[in-house]
Design a protein around this ligand. Sequence first.
Ligand code: PEP
Length: 254
Amino acid sequence: MSRRRSFVAGNWKMNLNRAGAVTLARAVREHAASCAGVDCAVFPPFVYLAEVAAALSGSRVRAGAQDVWTEKKGAFTGEVSAEMIRDCGASLVLVGHSERRHVLGEGDDLVARKLRAALDGGLEAILCIGEKLKEREGGSTEAVLGRQFRTAFKDLAPAEFPRVSIAYEPVWAIGTGRNATPAQAQEVHAFVRKLVAERFGPASAEGSRILYGGSVTPENAGELLAGPDVDGVLVGGASLDAAKFAGILDSDRR
Ligand code: PEP
């Protein structure tokens, strides 16, 4: 049995309105109260972050931001710093989500700078990595993940690593309804854990939480989470539905 606590996180992306975000946060808060063995977080749009964080205050659910800029302040129109995110009551941030990488064109170096800024600003981070369908079909999944991993962590001190979780999110599985099979997820998670061991040592690898993301639903979450190296899930679409997200929280059987 794994010694790692599971982590179920909901990425709300650019969805909901103000009232809907608060209502959903309250529903998640209520359900998570009965899920003592699972850590839980939600990632609302920036504009609702402070209100969602307030609605979750004192609960088992943490609020996080979907992105962060690399600098503390200044002439960066439209961007938000780690300090601002903390000031909103949030303690976590997603870094390198596939939509930021592939829709908004963020490269590995920018992702690394964002991870640096998040940690320097006192946040914990979920670093997202994942291969595209063509890369998987071309046999380069491990090369792509290795490159994303090594670049993101090139400047990280081992003592900082416990503040980072990793989400393996195959791009071909995000928002497509086509999840990785439990065997595919487990195989890649074991590989990612090996990367952690090489970079930060075996103890860090053993303690590191590696989440799976990509079309997770209440129906498939249990079998995905059964993989010994699958320590949680990062959920997009299904996290917008309180009942479905509750079902995913309930599927953790550790
Ligand atoms: C995500 O946005 O991180 C994600 C995994 O989305 P979905 O669950 O909708 O595939």
